[in-house]
Design a protein around this ligand. Structure first.
Ligand code: ZN
Length: 276
């Protein structure tokens, strides 16, 4: 009886912890594939996510980008040539020939893992969107609106009905007339949701894994961008205050030096005349 109760408690804790995770964290946990104690679920999921590496570059690239760089410098190896010619994996440079001949298609990546990494790091925002959509289905992680469902609904309407529907959905409309007209006449998926870096690229969140990415609806993304802009302004302002202080210090150092010189000059010059 006691065992049943403790098992039930363990299951309840596990389910509650798992439900509190976002899709990226759940994916990391599924890939981990090992047993985890219920009270460790959240901690373990977050440990598995790779933290931002401090890069200010949006996409770090894979084997193909590195091979092309070396080719441009005349330093390409035979493996680089294989990658460039599509017979080695564009992410890890492993040979592809057997995969391509088995499947009868031209493969770009050697494994599912390389496909995912390549889509995230190789500089294609559409691939990144596919990756994030498969996990979060276009639901905003900030306000939880299903932006993709709203896009499909608006798209199915006549243009004249769209404005009312967006207002009913409490969608924050774009402020510029051109952007609003475009949204109403030709709604696109990217007008409704975007992929956002949780730690901004400029703040070191570039070339990151899925753990630093999230889906945001366009209005929430605009708010986050505005916050980032304000943060950057503050950083810039504090840097210029620091610079001003440093310049003042340099000037005061010179002033003190001048004062000392003046003081020294005011003192009577004593010449020690010696008669030999
Ligand atoms: Zn939102």
């Amino acid at each position: 009886m006691f065992q049943c109760k403790s098992l039930a408690r363990e299951i309840t804790t596990f389910v509650a912890s798992y439900q509190s995770l976002n899709e990226v964290e759940r994916k990391a946990l599924k890939q981990f594939g090992e047993g985890i104690e219920a009270h460790q679920v959240v901690k373990q999921a977050r440990t598995l996510l790779v933290p931002p590496c401090g890069s200010n570059v949006r996409y770090g690239g894979g084997a193909k980008e590195r091979a092309k760089e070396r080719e441009a410098l005349g330093l390409a190896t035979s493996q680089d040539e294989d990658v460039i010619n599509g017979i080695a994996c564009a992410w890890c440079a492993a040979p592809l020939q057997s995969i391509s001949s088995t499947l009868g298609v031209t493969a770009t990546y050697c494994s599912q893992e390389c496909t995912e990494q390549g889509r995230i790091h190789r500089g294609s925002s559409s691939s990144l969107r596919i990756q994030m959509f498969s996990l979060e289905a276009g639901v905003c992680r900030r306000c939880h609106v299903n932006a993709h469902a709203l896009y499909l609904r608006i798209l199915s309407m006549a243009p004249a009905e769209r404005l009312n529907a967006l207002c009913d959905a409490k969608w924050r409309l774009p402020q510029s007339r051109v952007a609003l007209n475009n949204l109403l006449s030709n709604p696109r998926e990217c007008d409704f949701w975007e992929v956002d870096h949780i730690v901004a690229v400029i703040e070191g969140g570039g070339d990151c894994d899925l753990g630093n990415l999230r889906t945001l609806c366009v209005p929430c993304h605009k708010l986050e961008t505005e916050r980032l802009r304000n943060r950057l302004k503050l950083v810039q302002a504090s840097r210029s205050v620091e610079n001003d202080k440093r310049q003042l210090d340099i000037r005061s150092a010179f002033t003190r030096a001048d004062d000392n010189t003046k003081k020294q000059r005011k003192e009577p010059i004593v010449i020690d005349y010696k008669i030999y």
